[in-house]
Design a protein around this ligand. Structure first.
Ligand code: ZN
Length: 71
């Protein structure tokens, strides 16, 4: 393979970043990838969405920890 494309189904953009399938499984994203193991290639747009989903998870964890103190 000389050059990689985004692994998101229906996306033909060139790969921008590579992440691991386990990282992707932790977050809630609206797209589906053609493989659910190993390395996942993401284009710039889909990588942006992945990063956003990652931030949302961290926010949610903070909120959960915060609510424990309120109880
Ligand atoms: Zn893509």
């Amino acid at each position: 393979m000389s050059h990689n494309e985004c692994d998101v189904i229906g996306c033909n953009n060139p790969a921008y970043k590579t992440i691991s399938a386990t990282e992707l499984a932790k977050v809630n994203v609206s797209f589906k990838v053609s493989s659910n193991r190993g390395r996942i290639h993401l284009c710039k747009e889909h990588y942006k969405e992945f990063k956003k989903a990652l931030r949302n998870i961290k926010k949610f964890e903070r909120w959960r920890i915060g609510s424990i103190y309120l109880l």
